[in-house]
Design a protein around this ligand. Structure first.
Ligand code: 3PG
Length: 416
């Protein structure tokens, strides 16, 4: 039996013409500083108008106290329990850049990072190098490391400092711990299998050799020496093989599309059956015009659209209150363009909180807004403080898909 809520939304969901707009402001949740969060301090006339006629609540991403990565946070938002469907970030990133993984392939997410002379990590993102430099470094490493033992090595730029490592060969497993400790000031961890399975042991051995070879090549490369902080090593995480998840079409009877400028989010969308209309994603940042163009040109193919905003998370991680606030105001400015798609129901929330005072993903519940013809209107703003006490109450991300389906009249009655 499928886990909650898939096992019974699959039974109750019905196909109708109503449309659902599902907006995720990545990392948007925060903790008040001098009584204000980026959300409460932002000037958001469009969001305020929508929220006034919407139901609000607070939603816990996974479970109290759990600070999820963006992958588990989005799987929970889409109704796939991340404690049941643990999917490595590498698979999400690989799918996000348009790869299809076969059973004899293992994928991993990589960061170009900066190693200090004492061997500890000085910067997990090498100063957020530009995508163009990433492409040059990937070409250098791909040329230097085409294979390790009997395993083919393929490298792909994701965005900025992010890349994807795909290993192809026989006898590979996906259960290998991260070499990325997730924080600076300590050395990268050795690649270690989390089981005694020889397939996982082999993958760990290959990844360890890759990290050592890549670090050597980067330390010797002239282009690396031009940068400070220098992208002189690689950190690996989210090693996995591709799982098979029941798609949106099956469990929710929806025809879903995903619009996201960063590959990982297109990847998690593809994993659950969403279509990702093609676009030129070159460059970096939100690429909002590209996203809105996709909505205008492809929106009518879908009855469910996942629309992702990334930089609210990045500036939370950088501890930059004003820039996180500005990302929210920039989103507010395009909200009318999103509403032009004429959704019947709108949900806005975040996958997780990334408080500027924490500079990392956190466990704090997210404000969630559901707008539609049958909601109880709360007359509040979309902020962490105002959402508390809203008519949605306190929820978990897994509760949200059934709620938007119900508000779109896409759920039949349970029982006689
Ligand atoms: O931006 C991303 O890829 C993640 O949300 C954060 O990853 P990072 O901590 O490696 O930047």
């Amino acid at each position: 039996m499928l886990p909650y809520p898939l096992h019974w939304t699959e039974r109750l969901a019905i196909k109708t013409d109503s449309r659902i707009l599902f907006v995720v402001l990545d990392g948007v949740g925060d903790v008040p500083i001098n009584g204000e969060t980026p959300l409460s301090a932002a000037n958001t006339p469009n969001l305020d108008a929508l929220a006034r006629d919407a139901s609000l609540g607070l939603s816990t991403p996974v479970a109290p106290g759990v600070a999820p990565g963006s992958g588990p946070g989005h799987l929970a938002l889409f109704g796939y329990d991340p404690l049941h469907y643990e999917v490595g970030r590498g698979v999400l990133s690989a799918l996000g850049i348009g790869l299809d993984l076969s059973p004899n392939q293992v994928a991993a997410r990589g960061n170009f990072a900066t190693l200090a002379p004492d061997g500890t990590i000085a910067d997990r993102r090498a100063g957020r190098i530009p995508t163009d430099l990433n492409k040059r470094l990937i070409a250098l490493l791909q040329d230097a490391i085409p294979s390790i033992e009997d395993v083919q090595v393929n490298l792909y730029t994701e965005a900025e400092y992010r890349f994807v490592l795909v290993l192809t060969g026989d006898g590979l497993g996906g259960r290998v711990a991260d070499t990325d400790p997730g924080r600076t000031g300590e050395p990268p961890r050795p690649a270690q299998a989390t089981t005694q399975d020889p397939r996982d042991q082999k993958t760990a051995r290959i990844i360890q050799q890759f990290v050592e070879k890549a670090t050597h090549v980067l330390h010797e490369a002239d282009i690396v020496k031009e940068y400070d902080p220098a992208p002189n090593t690689v950190l690996i995480r989210g090693v996995d093989t591709k799982p098979n998840l029941p798609p949106f079409q099956q469990v929710y009877k929806l025809t879903p599309g995903a619009i996201a400028s960063y590959p990982m989010y297109r990847g998690v969308a593809r994993l659950v059956g969403m279509e990702t209309p093609p676009a030129d994603w070159s460059g970096s940042g939100e690429r909002t015009e590209t996203k809105l163009k996709l909505l205008r040109e492809h929106g009518d193919k879908y009855d469910f659209i996942f629309f992702h905003v990334k930089k609210t998370d990045s500036y939370g991680e950088d501890g930059n209150f004003e820039m996180k606030k500005k990302q929210i105001e920039d989103f507010d400015a395009i909200l009318p363009d999103l509403l032009a798609w004429k959704p019947d129901v709108v949900l806005i929330t975040g996958d997780h909180s990334t408080p500027v005072g924490v500079k990392a993903h956190s466990w704090h519940p997210l404000p969630v807004l559901i707008y539609g013809p049958h909601v109880r209107r709360d007359g509040r703003r979309f902020t962490e403080m105002d959402a508390r006490g809203g008519s949605l109450g306190t929820l978990r991300h897994l509760d949200l898909m059934p709620l938007v389906l119900a508000n779109a009249l896409k759920m039949k009655k349970f029982g006689a």
